[in-house]
Design a protein around this ligand. Structure first.
Ligand SMILES: NC(=O)c1ccc[n+]([C@@H]2O[C@H](COP(=O)([O-])OP(=O)(O)OC[C@H]3O[C@@H](n4cnc5c(N)ncnc54)[C@H](O)[C@@H]3O)[C@@H](O)[C@H]2O)c1
Length: 345
């Protein structure tokens, strides 16, 4: 069995620290995911912050620790590099990885800080034959894949209306939301957006509400809440033959079917029903993401969460900014020449 050499730049929350949280039941970091997969060895990590670097090295037993990414890339002959730094540094680090001979990049979302820089990343990975995978991790999850097949198989009838609730910023959590909406319903034709009255914790990454119209005619309402009160990441999907509500950050699902109304003659209503999708499948999206990347390397395939998918989520983030700045102006997609720069941490 071929064992790939992996390294991580950025030993913060998603790089290494989330797994310190006793409430998290599944592996939630790149360090944890590489450590859980046999066909990859986590040989080196890098962080500007010495304390984080030391803690990560100790926790995961990593032989080589670096403060400089270029030095790590020069010394370690990495096959795979995870980029777990803030989005403004993703392009520069991807450039360094590409010239070091790495064969795959597992990049955190949002893919970059501007569409121009996302395009540059995609281009350089294409030119060097590097697999670029963006960590919108629900794509790797069997449960979310089942929900997608269910919806796309017409099991809810025609989808009449979708509402998505999120918190913590249009670029931060919004990136996952837009990716999931594209995963389920395809590309948007246009959007309209306004700034939310419910704050985001990051003043540089506002909460934005809006409406998306998808190419097949479906409308989706995007609604932000304030995470000071509670976290929410939910999709309520109303079809002609039922209702599917993806709840608890995508860990749970409520289902309703259509039946004769008990209140009004001649009408139908929605009633709670057993989930048609198995909710008890193992949930290990981060590890599944690493497994998928290894499979792509072994088979020379593109990732199911590609650079282009990451760019499309970023494009929607930029479109929401463009529209909100002009108080709800309709913005058609694809966006060309957006000057928006995204600051997401
Ligand atoms: N997929 C997810 O669910 C998820 C969850 C959290 C964060 N993220 C994304 O991951 C990225 C990082 O977020 P975070 O919350 O882990 O941030 P963080 O601040 O906890 O960690 C980032 C780390 O990167 C280090 N760093 C920054 N620039 C560096 C450089 N040039 N060289 C070496 N080290 C460098 C910092 O010192 C810090 O330790 C962001 O893009 C964020 O949106 C994704």
């Amino acid at each position: 069995m071929m064992v790939f050499r992996a390294g991580i730049v950025g030993c913060g929350r998603v790089g290494a620290e989330f797994d310190d949280d006793p409430k998290r039941e599944q592996i939630s970091t790149h360090a944890g995911a590489y450590s859980a997969v046999d066909s990859v060895e986590l040989v080196a990590v890098c962080d500007l912050n010495e304390e984080k670097l030391r803690k990560c090295g100790e926790k995961w037993g990593i032989p080589s620790l670096y403060k400089d990414v270029e030095e790590m890339l020069d010394n370690e002959a990495l096959d795979i590099l995870s980029i777990c730094t803030w989005n403004s540094s993703h392009l520069e680090i991807a450039r360094q990885a590409a010239s070091s001979g790495a064969r795959a990049i597992f990049c955190e979302k949002p893919i970059a800080d501007s569409l121009k820089n996302a395009d540059e990343m995609i281009k350089l990975c294409h030119e060097k034959d590097i697999i670029l995978q963006v960590d919108h991790q629900r794509r790797f999850d069997k449960f979310h894949q089942e929900v997608r097949s269910f919806l796309q198989g017409g099991n809810l009838g025609r989808i009449q209306q979708v509402t998505f609730y999120y918190t913590r910023g249009i670029a931060n959590t919004g990136s996952h939301m837009f990716d999931l909406l594209r995963f389920f319903f395809g590309d948007a034709e246009w959007i309209r957006a306004i700034y939310s009255q419910n704050r985001s914790p990051n003043p540089n990454d506002p909460n934005i509400d809006g409406v998306m119209k998808f190419k097949d005619g479906l409308f989706c309402a995007i609604q932000a809440c304030d995470d000071k009160n509670f976290l929410i990441f939910e999709m309520d999907c109303l079809g002609t033959e039922g209702r599917l509500n993806l709840t608890h950050s995508g860990y749970d699902l409520e289902f309703y079917h259509v039946g004769e109304s008990k209140l009004f003659s001649g009408y139908k209503e929605l009633f709670p029903a057993a989930s048609p999708i198995d909710k008890d499948v193992p949930r290990d999206f981060m590890v599944d993401g690493v497994r998928h990347l290894i499979e792509c390397l072994n088979k020379g395939q593109k990732s199911i969460s590609s650079g282009e998918d990451g760019r499309a989520a970023l494009e929607l983030i930029c479109a929401f900014h463009e529209s909100a700045k002009e108080d709800g102006k309709r913005i058609r997609l694809p966006l060309r020449d957006s000057k928006i720069e995204i600051q997401s941490r």
